[in-house]
Design a protein around this ligand. Sequence first.
Ligand code: ZN
Length: 75
Amino acid sequence: MSYYIYENWQAKDFNGPKIHQSDCGFCQNGQGMIKDAEKGKHGVWIGPFDDLEFAREYYRTHFTEPIIEDSCVRN
Ligand SMILES: [Zn+2]
């Protein structure tokens, strides 16, 4: 299992970057959903991270928001 951080700077309701697990339907191993056809236009997937802690550490050092994890993340 690996982890990704999704950062979308276009969505109005975006609360901040969110950590996803690779098997999440939204994440799909960092490829995103089919409608995200133009990579990087609205957001980017950062990763993969082999360990959830690596993703959290990256988050802490790159973003000011409190860490947000999607419900797909299982500890
Ligand atoms: Zn997810």
